[in-house]
Design a protein around this ligand. Structure first.
Ligand code: TYD
Ligand code: MG
Length: 458
């Protein structure tokens, strides 16, 4: 019976077909067709295309634009990223790898909202109510009093979830996670593209109609490749990405998309026994913890509009494999490949027979070209095994993009980066304003290198 009302849509090219095919007839990719509900179409609509009643455009100045009301969640970092709180009737997607703290963050938000007198609902398709209670007990005693008052249902059926939200009319509702929710009207298993899209669009419709703000939790693998959340990004109002490593204490939360605010901020959280606490001055924390070892450089990064000082560490060691290992954490592999090539070709630092490891400390992910110079200095320092900072002095700070010809290119927000470095006593950073080329920058940083390492670096 459901057959007639569903179509199979290719997740690559969007081709739709009434029948399932192993290979998409549109783009010839394999295994990309997923079942979706067919768009509702009024009878005869296709025939009369273009003949509908004309709409009446309004001049923009006459459009009423009341300031969007906001509902603070009580987690300062989260509210800031959302643009001052969650917007009633909006759909927010919180993505991140398993174990990163998505359930913790959302439970805390509900607990704090409940404590502030809001109506909330936690829908879990992953954990039993008893498991959620154990988490809430910790949070109730720690950073989110109110957590034990949050009403929960453990449910995976989309129809039942929609009916519950409709009946309870919470102001803030969390659905954890979107990959576990399935509609009986589609044949695909929960987590398939069709099911995830169906769940999100039905919840979106409900949110808009009832004014309930819905937070969808979605698992994303490290590569961000999982079919689930990525296909939702264009649909939802706001996409928040939770990054970090499960074994470490730091987590960064950033907005990748926000229809009701800017996407230029990041919040750094620390996970401990009582839940997540925002690290208000993350720069101070990371500088204080910097190792000052050979191969350690402080990068003055920009996280959207905010400067953030993070430690970049490199280790260079003789390789026993061909090709040698390139292992990165917190930066893009291709960025490292480029920096290594420029170091070899234009600055005389060869790592062709060495394994190179680069790590951004604290589990922070840096996705900007401004990181190049700090990576290059860290690798050069590690290759020569000479500390870049003199004992007892502040660690070396750097930022700037490295061009393919070995030139340094300036990056946005020079002043704010330098000011952040000065604020934490780091001195003048090595940057494109002080050096024209990577070779020059290395020479400048080398004032603290011992004599015998000059050969390798000059
Ligand atoms: P969780 O929120 O379940 O992650 P996700 O929903 O993203 O999969 O929590 C992840 C980890 O955090 C889990 O291993 C337990 C730990 N944790 C704490 O360290 N402190 C706490 O207060 C809580 C609730 C969890
Ligand atoms: Mg979870």
């Amino acid at each position: 019976m459901a057959r007639g009302s569903t179509v199979f849509v290719c997740s690559q090219c969007g081709h739709s077909s009434p029948k399932w095919h192993g290979q998409c007839p549109g783009c010839e990719e394999w295994n990309t067709l997923a079942e979706e509900r067919a768009p509702a179409r009024e009878k005869g609509k296709t025939a009369s295309r273009g003949a509908g009643a004309a709409g009446e455009p309004t001049r923009l100045r006459d459009v009423s634009a009341d300031r969007t009301p906001r509902m603070p969640t009580g987690i300062a970092g989260l509210d800031r990223l959302l643009g001052g709180g969650v917007v009633p009737g909006s759909l927010v997607l919180v993505g991140g790898s398993p174990g990163i703290g998505k359930s913790t963050l959302t439970t805390m938000a509900l607990g704090l909202a409940e404590a502030a007198g809001r109506r909330t609902l936690y829908v879990s398709g992953e954990e039993s109510a008893a498991q959620i209670r154990l988490r809430a007990e910790r949070l109730e005693a720690g950073s989110a009093p109110g957590s034990l008052s949050v009403p929960v249902i453990a449910e995976t059926d989309l129809g039942a979830i929609l009916a519950t939200i409709e009946a309870e009319r919470p102001e803030l509702c969390v659905v954890d996670s979107v990959q576990t929710i399935g509609s009986g009207e589609l044949t695909g298993a929960p987590g398939t593209v069709g099911q995830v899209r169906e769940a999100a669009s039905r919840l979106m419709e409900l949110a808009k109609r009832t004014g309930t703000a819905i937070v969808l939790v979605g698992h994303v693998t490290k590569e961000g490749s999982l079919a689930g959340p990525r296909v939702l990004e264009h649909l939802v109002d706001c996409v928040l990405q939770f990054d970090g490593e499960r074994e470490r204490t730091y987590r960064t939360l950033r907005a990748l998309k926000n229809r009701f605010g800017a996407t230029s901020d990041v919040a750094v959280f620390e996970m401990d026994d009582s839940g997540l606490t925002e690290v208000v001055d993350a720069s101070a924390r990371f500088v204080e913890e910097a190792t000052r070892a050979p191969g350690s450089v402080i990068l003055a990064a920009m996280e959207g509009s905010r400067p953030l000082l993070v430690e970049v560490q490199a280790l260079v060691s003789p390789s026993e494999v061909v090709p040698p290992r390139r292992v990165v954490n917190g930066i893009d592999r291709n960025r490292l490949a480029l920096v290594l090539a420029v170091l070899a070709r234009h600055a005389g630092v060869s790592t062709s027979s060495s394994d190179v490891f680069v790590n951004v400390v604290g589990g922070v992910r840096i996705d900007e070209p401004g990181a190049d110079l700090a990576i290059a200095l860290a690798v050069a320092g590690a290759a020569s095994d000479a500390p870049l900072a003199e004992a007892g002095r502040a660690p070396l700070c750097a930022f700037g993009e490295v061009g393919l010809n070995g030139e340094l290119r300036s990056v946005a927000h020079h002043d704010r980066r330098a000011a952040e470095a000065a604020r934490f006593g780091l001195g003048e950073p090595v940057s494109p304003s002080g050096a024209a080329t990577l070779r020059e920058a290395l020479r400048g940083a080398r004032t603290s290198f011992p004599e015998d390492s000059e050969r390798q670096i000059a």
